[in-house]
Ligand binder design. Structure first.
Ligand SMILES: [Zn+2]
Length: 130
């Protein structure tokens, strides 16, 4: 499968091997809070000391919605979710699956998320309900 990294989330944002993907979060050395997308300055304690670490643990759906109107790059209807991870990390992304519900486990996958005007498929992380 030929893939093109999503322009916002390149190699500094995720680790990928074939269809498996994990995200890289910023972890504050001051207070330990973790963020995705990564932050240069910790929004909690304003420390600039951070390290980039892989996201750990299982994701659980905090909330989700279905978009019925999207820009032309995306195909509606499109489900978007906030997924919570251990360490108070909340990640937003597209979600797929037949039974999307708050509280269910969600797994990160690497899949098509959009299509450019020239027909190029854009791949990145998304969630799949387990
Ligand atoms: Zn902090």
């Amino acid at each position: 499968m030929e893939t093109k990294p999503y322009s916002v989330f390149g190699e500094e944002w995720l680790i990928r091997k074939d269809d498996e993907v994990n995200l890289l979060v910023s972890k504050c050395k001051g207070c330990g809070s973790q963020w995705f997308p990564q932050k240069e300055i910790c929004p909690t304690c304003f420390s600039q000391e951070r390290e980039i670490v892989p996201l750990e643990g299982e994701g659980e759906i905090y909330s989700y919605t279905t978009l019925t109107v999207t820009s032309k790059r995306f195909q509606a209807p499109l489900n978007i979710a906030y997924v919570d991870y251990p360490g108070d990390v909340r990640v937003c992304g597209q979600i797929v699956g037949d039974d999307i519900q708050i509280g269910k486990k969600a797994k990160l996958i690497f899949d098509k998320i959009a299509q450019e005007k020239d027909g190029t498929d854009v791949f990145s992380y998304k969630f799949k309900v387990e």
